[in-house]
Design a protein around this ligand. Structure first.
Ligand code: S3P
Length: 187
């Protein structure tokens, strides 16, 4: 975990990290614990375009996916008491994390590459970037390129060896410790 001081009034959480980091599973559990709304940005993109992620990449290209992704995250973040799980590439443009609302807690879910890939492989249809000949080499260079962007998150959390519930509890505790208790319904 990083030691960055948090804004005392966290009212939104943005989960970031590489494919397979567990953002969606942890996000759902965290929202449940907080009594907040859960939004998954890949699902929002799919809903917006009425197409699965891999088809968006194949038919419209990554650029269109990224534009819609930025738009749906920006919209999702207009709501307070929301947990947003973002796609692994969302924080790549410089300044993306820095422009989050000050009351948003950004959390980088970290894990070793082998574990990320093991988990991510289970659902490759929403992850066309993993559909490469040199899967491990490609994923490694993508992670290396993105790591400095992910590192801009206020909280860094190592997830290896932890189940999603434990990870969600750690984030909920961090928020509860920082925020006035009446604003949260942590169960
Ligand atoms: C992507 C990650 C995916 C999805 C798309 C692109 C990426 O989401 O947005 O396949 O660029 O890392 P997850 O991180 O939820 O797998």
């Amino acid at each position: 975990m990083s030691n960055v001081a948090l804004d005392p009034s966290v009212d939104r959480v943005v989960l970031i990290g590489f494919m397979g980091a567990g953002k969606t599973t942890v996000g759902r559990l965290l929202a449940d614990r907080l009594g907040w709304t859960f939004l998954d940005t890949d699902a929002l993109v799919e809903e917006r375009l009425n197409l699965p992620v891999d088809v968006v990449f194949a038919q419209h290209g990554e650029g269109v996916f990224r534009q819609v992704e930025q738009a749906v995250v920006a919209e999702a973040l207009t709501e307070t008491e929301t947990v947003v799980s973002t796609g692994g590439g969302w924080p790549e443009p410089v300044g993306t994390i820095e422009s989050l609302p000050p009351t948003a807690l950004s959390v980088w879910l970290q894990a070793p590459l082998e574990q990320l890939l093991e988990r991510a492989r289970a659902q490759t249809n929403s992850r066309p970037l993993l559909d490469a000949e040199d899967l491990v080499g490609g994923a490694r260079s993508l992670l290396e390129r993105r790591a400095p962007r992910y590192a801009r998150a206020k909280m860094h959390l190592k997830t290896d060896g932890k189940d999603p519930a434990t990870v969600a509890d750690a984030i909920a505790r961090r928020i509860r410790d920082q925020a006035p208790s009446e604003r949260l319904k942590i169960t």
